[in-house]
Design a protein around this ligand. Structure first.
Ligand code: ADP
Length: 149
């Protein structure tokens, strides 16, 4: 049973995340979208809102579930018996950042991180751009899954 955890803030989920998740569906038996709880971070959307956005988006996909966790991602993976972490790569900055974390996670736990390269159509999308648009009363609907905001 190949179980992957896709960790992140998802503040909010975007079409960039959806691209990675949809392309990972054929690769794994189960994908757990795991929203990390970080008490020091300020979010635009509450945890409940972020969970509901994802639930609504993946209502019809039995393989994809959403959960929340606190603490180390590798500890959460062990707790639910997941052997893979899924991450998306948009650019060289993502790569440099993710490389150190992935190597550390493997040293700590043996858990492998699987990277998918973003699709060209969604590589420019980030949750922070979506939040900026919303904060300035713009329309971000083309950047997020249908019907969430
Ligand atoms: P974090 O706070 O951990 O960066 P995010 O919710 O911003 O959480 O991102 C979670 C994962 O989704 C990361 O692996 C990130 O690289 C990936 N991701 C975000 N936006 C995109 C995108 N447009 N294309 C591909 N991957 C993306």
């Amino acid at each position: 049973m190949k179980k992957a955890v896709f960790p992140g803030s998802f503040d909010p989920i975007t079409l960039g995340h959806v691209d990675i998740i949809n392309r990972a569906i054929p690769l794994f038996d189960e994908i757990i979208i795991a929203i990390g709880i970080n008490a020091d971070k300020k979010y635009m959307f509450s945890l409940e809102e972020r969970v509901n956005f994802i639930k609504n988006t993946y209502r019809d996909k039995a393989k994809v579930t959403v959960k929340t966790y606190s603490g180390l991602t590798v500890d959460y993976c062990k707790e639910i018996d997941a052997s893979f972490i899924l991450r998306g790569l948009r650019n060289p900055a993502d790569f440099e950042f993710e490389k150190a974390i992935a190597i550390t996670n493997r040293k700590l736990s043996g858990i492998e991180t699987v990277f998918l390269l973003t699709s060209a159509e969604t590589s420019y999308i980030s949750s922070s751009i979506v939040r900026d648009i919303i904060r300035n009363n713009g329309d971000a609907t083309i950047l997020v899954p249908k019907g969430i905001i």
